[in-house]
Write a protein that binds this ligand. Structure first.
Ligand code: SF4
Length: 136
């Protein structure tokens, strides 16, 4: 079992599947973006599944898939989400929804999609949370 610094069991795991994102939220990303990573430096589908399997074996019950914008890898996520579901783990994809969420994900057991308000039109964001800017 995984324990945190206070000896509490770790049940949640966050896996960042990409550093790419079209938005530029001030608290996350510099205006000019970040130097892009090579695709081969990212976890492959198999590595993702292996990391998830190991984490589940250590007691993790929920995996959040984030980025950047995880939907830039939506084709790969469409393959990994059913595999995570078979591991009996809850998966949550956290997206700004600037890319359409594949509808078929809604029928995969134990899969949820959380839409971050960062993707909302700027008229609905407050001054305390400055609107993100999109790449032109
Ligand atoms: S949408 Fe998310 S990943 Fe993209 S810049 Fe904003 S906070 Fe960062």
């Amino acid at each position: 079992m995984l324990l945190d610094a206070h000896s509490r069991p770790v049940k949640d795991l966050r896996i960042s599947v990409t550093d790419k994102c079209n938005l530029r939220c001030r608290y996350c990303m510099p205006e000019e973006g970040v130097p892009p990573r090579r695709h081969e430096d990212l976890l492959s589908l198999e590595q993702l599944a292996e990391a998830a399997r190991a984490a589940v074996g250590l007691g993790v019950t929920k995996i959040r898939l984030t980025g950047g914008e995880p939907l830039v890898r939506h084709r790969e996520l469409s393959k990994i989400l059913p595999r995570l579901s078979q591991m009996n783990v809850f998966s949550m994809v956290v997206t700004s929804a600037v890319i359409r969420v594949p509808l078929e994900w809604m029928s995969i057991p134990r899969v949820r999609v959380a839409v971050s308000i960062d993707g909302l039109p700027s008229t609905t964001t407050s001054a305390a949370s400055p609107p993100p800017t999109r790449r032109s």
